[in-house]
Design a protein around this ligand. Structure first.
Ligand SMILES: Cc1cc2nc3c(=O)[nH]c(=O)nc-3n(C[C@H](O)[C@H](O)[C@H](O)COP(=O)(O)O)c2cc1C
Length: 139
């Protein structure tokens, strides 16, 4: 049985390219072995991540991620059973927020700045769909 989990968090300190690379390296190294796919998005001090896979794999990974000192205030946005993955092709896709135009953000949120803490899980998924269509997500 598959589930999808979405959470948002705040970076604990400065987030530079090395830190993002390290997170994506861990994800791409560990997630295939446990059958987890998803997308990680970072912008303006905030992370949002979608994790898909078996309930036990997603739950244990989420428990590891929540304890990671590189971020804080982890907020669970969405958790549901799913019949199919949305991000089957993404071990852990990375959203390039510099490629995201304000119009796309405004379509799904109250303001044109990205703030996952103000968005529903459904709006986040619709936004990510748009980003996939406009190739703003890289594998
Ligand atoms: C925002 C964020 C997202 C993360 N996503 C993942 C992930 O998808 N998979 C993963 O294995 N570790 C992820 N991590 C890292 C884990 O918290 C942990 O450091 C890692 O799994 C440890 O394994 P490693 O020693 O192989 O790096 C994430 C950390 C943060 C802060």
């Amino acid at each position: 049985m598959l589930v999808r989990l979405i959470y948002a968090s705040r970076a604990a300190g400065e987030v530079n390219a090395e830190l993002l690379d390290a997170l994506l390296r861990s994800s791409r190294q560990n997630n295939p072995a446990i059958g987890v796919t998803g997308v990680l998005c970072y912008s303006a001090g905030m992370f949002v991540q979608v994790l898909e896979g078996s309930r036990s794999a997603v739950s244990s990974l989420y428990n590891v991620i929540v304890r990671d000192p590189r971020h804080e205030k982890v907020e669970l946005i969405h958790f549901e059973e799913i019949s199919e993955r949305h991000f089957a092709d993404w071990t852990m896709g990375q959203v390039n927020m510099s490629k995201v135009n304000n119009g796309v953000l405004l379509k799904y949120s109250a303001r044109s700045e990205f703030n996952p803490f103000d968005m529903s899980g459904e709006a986040i998924l619709l936004l990510l769909d748009d980003l996939i269509a406009t190739a703003a997500i890289s594998k």
